[in-house]
Design a protein around this ligand. Structure first.
Ligand code: UDP
Ligand code: MG
Length: 340
């Protein structure tokens, strides 16, 4: 029997935000998939990203049935990428699978991913050949976003991939040690390099509930991705500035001509157009610069990216099966408030 201190062969990390309807089914399928390739020597790290529903209670009670569960509770909602990072810092397995808890990505794919990794890959990432159950709008914006990102990003980030991926310990350690605060995990993993192999799969509809990525969160995610991996927007504003300077020159010549011919008062309309046009361009350029500056200020503060309230781990040996709980606290080893 493996002791709890031995490194698990596989860690499955899943961020959960208000996922009480999906978590049980997720644990059932993830545990079965993990068992198929790691026996009982695995762990399932469930990160509760400040859920407002019964997700945490469910994680606690599920851990009584599945001793491989490690529950990580964050102090508030820090967002998907932070919750995933919190899970990665906690995971101790030799290989780590990052997956959403809503069962859009099939946990069963892990055995194929493990097989590809056995051939020497450092990262095996899922590539979505089809996305079921997502709105036309979501698919369109996602496709446009990935294409734009691949044009602008300073590293090649594979298209149509999410964070669903298996990483080896080395890549996981490097990823966790990267100090940036605005984290775009799939980009950061691409940046690290090594042998990264795609595995095609069909993305299912959510098992239950609705997306936790409403439109504004999606926009913020896209801005994070772009500004973390490209300085092209800064350059674009310079180009746009140069372009409009040309237009301004033409306008100047035109205005002088009008002035000389004594018809200046008529220029009010064109003046207003030019004024609003240039003001808009300037504000956009300032906004872009501000976006990068804001990131520097945040990074400069050096605040932790998230705070772990506590980690709940069964003290029983892995693979011992179901152990009846005595008291709630006796079944869990708790580490309080850790900042990262
Ligand atoms: N999630 C999270 N924190 C958040 C938003 C989402 O931990 O603030 C989790 C969520 O529970 C899910 C995963 O991140 O397991 C992906 O979110 P979702 O399925 O809502 O995104 P979508 O698949 O619609 O892009
Ligand atoms: Mg989802």
């Amino acid at each position: 029997m493996t002791s709890v201190n031995a490194k698990p062969i596989l860690s499955i990390v899943a961020p959960c935000y208000n996922e009480e309807e999906s978590v049980s089914e997720f644990v059932r399928r993830a545990a079965a998939a993990a068992r198929a390739c790691a026996g009982s020597n695995f762990e399932i790290v469930l990160v509760d990203d400040g859920s407002k529903d019964g997700t945490w209670n469910l994680i606690e009670s599920l851990s009584l049935v599945v001793p491989q569960i490690v529950g990580v509770r964050l102090l508030r909602n820090y967002g998907h990428q932070m919750a995933a990072t919190a899970g990665l810092t906690t995971a101790s397995g030799e290989r780590v699978l990052l997956i959403d808890a809503d069962l859009q990505d099939p946990p069963e794919l892990v055995s194929d991913m493990m097989a590809v990794m056995d051939q020497g890959a450092d990262v095996v990432y899922g590539r979505r050949i089809r996305r079921n159950g997502e709105t036309w709008f979501k698919r369109m914006t996602a496709a446009a976003f990935y294409r734009m990102l691949s044009q602008l990003a300073s590293v090649q980030i594979p298209q149509d991939t999410g964070d669903f991926r298996l990483m080896n310990r080395r890549i996981t350690d490097i990823l966790v040690a990267m100090p940036e605060q605005h984290r775009f995990i799939r980009g950061m993993v691409s940046w690290i390099g090594g042998r990264q192999v795609a595995l095609d799969y069909e993305r299912d509809a959510r098992f239950a509930g609705v997306t936790k990525y409403p439109f504004l969160k999606m926009v913020r995610f896209a801005v994070d991705a772009l500004t973390s991996f490209s300085t092209a927007p800064l350059r674009i504003s310079t180009y746009v500035g140069m372009g409009t300077a040309m237009v301004a020159l033409v306008m100047l010549v035109y205005s002088l001509f009008r002035w000389v011919s004594g018809a200046t008062i008529e220029g009010w309309a064109s003046l207003m157009v030019a004024l609003t046009f240039f003001s808009a361009i300037q504000l956009i350029a300032l906004g872009v610069i501000g976006e990068y500056l804001g990131r520097m200020v945040q990074q400069g503060k050096g605040r932790p990216s998230f705070i772990i309230d506590h980690v709940m781990r069964r003290e029983t040996a892995l693979g011992e099966g179901i152990v009846a709980p005595k008291k709630k606290t006796s079944t869990a080893a708790r580490t309080r408030s850790k900042a990262y």
